[in-house]
Design a binder for this molecule. Sequence first.
Ligand SMILES: CC(C)(COP(=O)(O)OP(=O)(O)OC[C@H]1O[C@@H](n2cnc3c(N)ncnc32)[C@H](O)[C@@H]1OP(=O)(O)O)[C@@H](O)C(=O)NCCC(=O)NCCS
Length: 169
Amino acid sequence: MSSPVTIRPFEEQDTSACRGLWAELTRSHRALYDDPSIGGDDPGSGFDAYVDEFAGAHKWVAERDGSVIGFVGLILRGRQGEIEPVVVSFDARGQGIGRSLVETAVEAARAEGVDQLKASPVARNSHAIDFFHSLGFTALGHVDLLLDVRHPDTYWQRGERLAGRDFDF
Ligand SMILES: CC(C)(COP(=O)(O)OP(=O)(O)OC[C@H]1O[C@@H](n2cnc3c(N)ncnc32)[C@H](O)[C@@H]1OP(=O)(O)O)[C@@H](O)C(=O)NCCC(=O)NCCS
């Protein structure tokens, strides 16, 4: 049986482990799009960029046996909040850790008086969409419509419909 998992606020000393988790997040996106260029040469540094850009974000980690195996961030903008990102280490997925991380962030958002919380997984990330849906994120808010000037059509998969129109994802 695996040891218990603790969810606790992020501390400075977690930075290196969180860079590793950010690299895992990038790996997932690379696999989804079959595109090794996503995240650049040093994908872990995306975590530093995140911390710089969202200095006020609330951050928690999941820890087991002294190792950080998950991370969640909560960005607050007035009465709106965003869960960005949530990532669980590959070997620890499917054990309820992502759920615990997001529930912690949702509880904190409620305590801050937030009216709405959003999550913005890429449209091809059906696992993340399933995941958030099971956590109550069941209303569609804004939708990003992309005009991709860089990639050929073959980059995209066919098959989503919204407002009676076909979309690639
Ligand atoms: C998405 C992610 C954070 C989920 O974390 P996790 O610890 O594996 O998820 P949990 O075990 O807590 O699952 C919670 C629920 O989500 C759903 N779920 C989780 N993973 C799923 C999957 N691969 N496929 C379908 N549903 C899934 C299940 O319904 C599950 O419900 P249950 O608790 O009743 O079984 C994790 O898979 C991950 O890090 N993915 C890569 C990064 C990413 O895509 N992040 C989201 C975009 S920012």
